[in-house]
Design a protein around this ligand. Structure first.
Ligand SMILES: NC(=O)c1ccc[n+]([C@@H]2O[C@H](COP(=O)([O-])OP(=O)(O)OC[C@H]3O[C@@H](n4cnc5c(N)ncnc54)[C@H](O)[C@@H]3O)[C@@H](O)[C@H]2O)c1
Length: 324
């Protein structure tokens, strides 16, 4: 089966592509390389350098490549930026996804997997399940909800079968594939860049939250576990569409991440407490029991030390990321 992976030159899409190839799928990566890296595209994948904004070419591409399933990762991904530039999200992200869905329904494709997000949900101080209150706090979260809603209607009206996976925080590296966002805003690579000497210290935004050590708590899921959940969903799509919350199920505070990174790297990693950032929720952890029960998926690398160690290994071997 050939799978079209949009955003397959990016962090998560590249690992999913590699994992798909390993399992015997054929992969076509579509990416405009605005945030992705040519070197991240796994050998064995066909590459189409294109922008989803150019919707007219998509039906032809799906036909020509004989695509049987689509995994859609390509998007602008910064929550904070979406507050300043909402139309990059409510406009571009939504339009691009709809271009893709337009093409998918035009050629009659029936399998679609969508990268959704924990940012759909209202803050909660207990693990967040699929039934919890949906209340996006940013244009980024809202744009993902709009696509989930479109998918629900396409399922009902055209028979498209989809999975919407609401990721919590993807982290870690796999082989020669790792996280290289520019600028980097995700905590684990930001902390590791201090150990590499690239940044002087790491900023901790608030240490007076109602959590065990006062810093925000997040759920980190290893990117390979995330990838394997996509493959499990692909195999189950024939039985019907689904939306899953996808995380480790365990929360780790910012301070815990810094301490684990100190242990893993042997570097003192200086940290500085800064004022709280508007919009940060104190606690964001997934209840992923539904995907565990229905698909038998479970994270194979749930331990924070392992997640950080794989990321550190990649950063040590690629101190300039995907640049030469
Ligand atoms: N990283 C996380 O922790 C996280 C958490 C929740 C949800 N997500 C979602 O997962 C997906 C992948 O995230 P990531 O961290 O791998 O991001 P990324 O920025 O590394 O990858 C996105 C890729 O999409 C490509 N792209 C963007 N716009 C495009 C367009 N118009 N046409 C073609 N290609 C385009 C970029 O060049 C890049 O390679 C995104 O949809 C994101 O919203 C990520």
């Amino acid at each position: 089966m050939r799978v079209l992976v949009t955003g397959g030159a990016g962090y998560i899409g590249s690992v999913v592509s590699a994992r798909l190839l390993e399992r015997g799928y054929d992969v076509t990566v579509l990416d405009n390389l605005t945030a992705g890296h040519r070197r991240a595209i796994p050998a064995g994948a066909r590459f189409v350098h294109a922008d989803l904004a150019e919707g007219a070419m998509l039906p032809h591409l799906l036909d020509e490549e004989r695509v049987e399933a689509v995994m859609h990762f390509a998007a602008n991904i910064k929550v904070g930026e979406s507050m300043r530039m909402p139309m990059r999200y409510l406009g571009d992200n939504v339009r691009n996804a709809l271009n893709l869905l337009d093409a998918v329904t035009t050629v009659g494709l029936k399998r679609f997997i969508f990268s959704s997000t924990a940012a759909l949900f209202a803050p909660s101080d207990s693990p967040i399940g699929e039934g919890d209150t949906i209340e996006p706090a940013s244009p980024y979260g809202e744009s993902k909800l709009m696509i989930e809603q479109a998918l629900r209607w396409l399922d009902a009206t055209t028979g498209l079968r989809y999975a919407a996976l609401r990721y919590f925080n993807a982290a870690g590296a796999w082989g020669n594939l790792g996280e290289d966002h520019r600028p980097e805003s995700h905590l684990i690579p930001v902390v590791l860049k201090v150990a590499l000497g690239e940044n002087g210290k790491v900023g901790i935004f608030g240490d007076d939250y109602p959590t065990s050590d006062g810093t925000c708590v997040r759920d980190y899921i290893h990117v390979v576990d995330l990838a394997d959940a996509h493959i499990a969903c692909l195999g189950a799509l024939e039985q019907g569409s689904r939306a899953y919350n996808l995380g480790n199920g365990r929360g780790f505070s910012v301070m815990e991440v810094v301490e684990v990174a100190r242990r893993v790297t042997g570097h003192p990693i200086e940290a500085e407490v800064l004022p709280r950032r508007p919009g940060d929720s104190p606690w964001l952890v997934a209840d992923s029991s539904r995907i565990r029960e229905e698909l038998g998926w479970s994270p194979q690398m749930p331990d924070l030390e392992t997640i950080v160690a794989t990321a550190w290994e990649w950063h040590r071997q690629h101190p300039r990321g995907y640049e030469e």
